[in-house]
Design a protein around this ligand. Structure first.
Ligand code: PLP
Length: 391
């Protein structure tokens, strides 16, 4: 029988991945071999989806919502999103500018594919969510890193970002609260960036606000929708995964400038047709139903954040600033004398602790390692003890 001789596109070689899924698989394998693993690697809440949301999905199925929906999502869900944005951010959004997506990731995939091609440049956070850089490279555009530095509390510098813009820049990606650093952008810096962008009308902005409800110490979330001057070139990414512990449901939403609504809907029709119908009904209940489970989850993260920061700072060679949002701590580990990748491997293999090396989030992540504290206080303390023992 002839061996297959396949010719896939060169772009596939440029497509990266999200190490969290690889670490999850390795941790699972070690667990199957009988090892006791504490998983501080994967970025998902360790809570289940609130019962009222689950019930809404079951009801939708029983009510017969089994077919395709409009590609941009059912109107009651888009209206619920617009209402939620109006209540929470005091901004009016036309439900027809909202597109429901199968998760937050699809918004970034479509936005980057819309702007990225050889000859174009896209500015992205580094360290940042790895899929940004991966898809920019896949598109053939030049990935231009926006450094997020510890000395800046992992916020961007508006002057630095504005200095990176060239006539070839098509898109700037921003993410606050941020994965992997837990940094939250100060409003003054965002104001400065937005003012500076007035001089660059050829540049679109994608603001990834998937962690907008997970903020600490009374910080106010800076929603990019509030900047009128950006509204005709802003793509907002948000969703249910983190806020409502719904990572496996695959439900996200996006807000697009009028001009991009038709092309993004066409991309959706070419790709996934629409989001699972019952899940969309669950999304309505999440937004309109009681929010106490969200508050409880954020309260739990607030305590764990304190515990993990204290514990990490007691490990020789570690230095951890206080995260402002999300559920990640990103300590500097240069003092251990190990590279981020070496430390990630050592912690998994010798201590049974799953973490993600900073370099999985870009070159500026060297010297750092990401801990997800979406895990119990008890496990966080046990993990810190094991790390101290191993180091
Ligand atoms: N954006 C950021 C910054 C994330 O950290 C994640 C998930 O980890 C996503 C988007 C993707 O969210 P979803 O699971 O809804 O696709």
């Amino acid at each position: 029988m002839a061996q297959a001789d396949l010719h896939t596109v060169a772009a596939l070689e440029r497509l990266g991945t999200e190490t969290a899924f690889e670490v999850l698989a390795r941790a699972k394998k070690l667990e199957d071999e009988g090892r006791d693993i504490i998983n501080l690697g994967i970025g998902q809440p360790d809570f289940t989806t609130p019962e009222n949301i689950v019930e809404a999905a079951i009801k939708a199925l029983k009510d017969g919502h089994h077919g395709y929906t409009p590609a941009n999502g059912i109107l009651p869900l888009r209206e619920a999103v617009a209402e939620d944005i109006a209540n929470r951010r005091e901004v009016t959004v036309d439900p027809d500018h909202i597109v429901i997506m199968p998760g937050g990731k699809v918004t970034m995939f479509f936005a980057i594919l819309m702007f990225g091609e050889p000859g174009a440049e896209i500015i992205y956070p580094n360290p940042g969510f790895p899929i940004y850089e991966s898809v920019i490279n896949f598109s053939g555009a030049k990935a231009v890193p926006m450094p997020l530095l510890e000395e800046n509390d992992f916020a961007f510098s508006a002057d630095t970002v504005l200095g990176l813009i060239t006539p070839k820049t098509r898109l700037i990606i921003l993410n606050s609260p941020s994965n992997p650093t837990g940094g939250a952008f100060p409003m003054a810096e965002v104001d400065k960036l937005v003012a500076g962008l007035e001089a660059h009308p050829h540049v679109a902005v994608m603001s990834d606000e998937i962690y907008d409800r997970i903020l600490y110490d009374g910080r106010e979330h800076v929603c990019f929708l509030k900047y009128e001057s950006l509204r005709d070139r802003l793509i907002l990414l948000n969703g249910w995964s983190k806020t409502y512990a719904m990572t496996g449901w695959r439900l996200g939403y996006s807000v697009w400038p009028e001009k991009l609504v038709e092309p993004v809907t066409r991309l959706a029709i070419n790709c996934h047709s629409c989001v699972n119908a019952a899940t969309q009904f669950a999304g309505i209940e999440a937004l309109k139903g009681p929010q106490d489970r969200v508050d409880e989850m954020v309260a739990a993260f607030t305590n764990r954040r304190q515990v993990i920061q204290q514990e990490l700072n007691q490990i020789p060679g570690f230095r951890c600033i206080e995260p402002g949002g999300a559920f990640y701590a990103f300590p500097n580990i240069e003092g251990t004398g190990l590279s981020a990748q070496e430390l990630q491997n050592k912690l998994l293999n010798e201590a049974g602790i799953a973490t993600i090396s900073g370099t999985s989030f870009g070159s500026y992540g060297e010297g750092y390692i990401r801990f997800s504290y979406a895990n119990s206080e008890e496990n966080i303390r046990a993990a810190a003890k094991r790390i101290k023992d191993v180091l």
